[in-house]
Design a binder for this molecule. Structure first.
Ligand code: CUA
Length: 159
């Protein structure tokens, strides 16, 4: 097969830039310590209601941590269990701790970059500071069944 010289150059340029891109990506991933989310803690999804902290979902003030509050949420078709209405004081640092009892659910807080997948048996965590007052819609973004579109809750950030 005959290949034009320019065509060879073009092919080499394409392949070369792909290799360079992958090398940069690899080095930067290792350098920044990126790892896939791993199961640091595993719990029995059938016992979620008996296992702390999921035995008492809701927002709690904590002392001596890098965050002021812990928000414990249990997802289940088609609700989020988080105790009473979630009212977070403005500018407080909150660790969200969530899991699910049945199937995979999502935990996305609209208008923020909080977006977790809740998997049965795994604990998803995210630490954030709510620095804007208002009402935040939390919704499920993983298709979980016929009631998927109704699965939502609210986080109120109050002054
Ligand atoms: Cu829960 Cu979709």
């Amino acid at each position: 097969m005959h290949m034009h010289r320019y065509e060879k150059w073009w092919l080499a340029l394409g392949t070369g830039s792909l290799i360079i891109f992958l090398i940069i990506l690899g080095i930067s991933a290792f350098h920044s310590g990126h790892t896939p989310p791993s199961a640091q803690a595993y719990i029995d999804p059938e016992q979620v209601d008996q296992i702390a902290p999921f035995s008492e979902p809701g927002l709690k003030k904590v002392e001596g941590r890098d965050w002021d509050y812990e928000l414990v949420v249990v997802g289940s078709a088609f609700y989020y269990f988080s105790g009473e209405e979630i009212k977070v004081p403005l500018n407080s640092r909150v660790k969200i701790i969530a899991t699910t009892k049945d199937v995979v659910h999502g935990f996305q807080v609209a208008g923020t970059n909080i977006n977790m997948m809740l998997e049965p048996g795994f604990i998803s965590e995210y630490v954030t500071t709510f620095d804007k007052a208002g009402e935040y819609l939390v919704l499920c973004n993983e298709y979980c069944g016929v009631g998927h579109h109704t699965m939502k809750t609210m986080i109120k950030v109050v002054e």
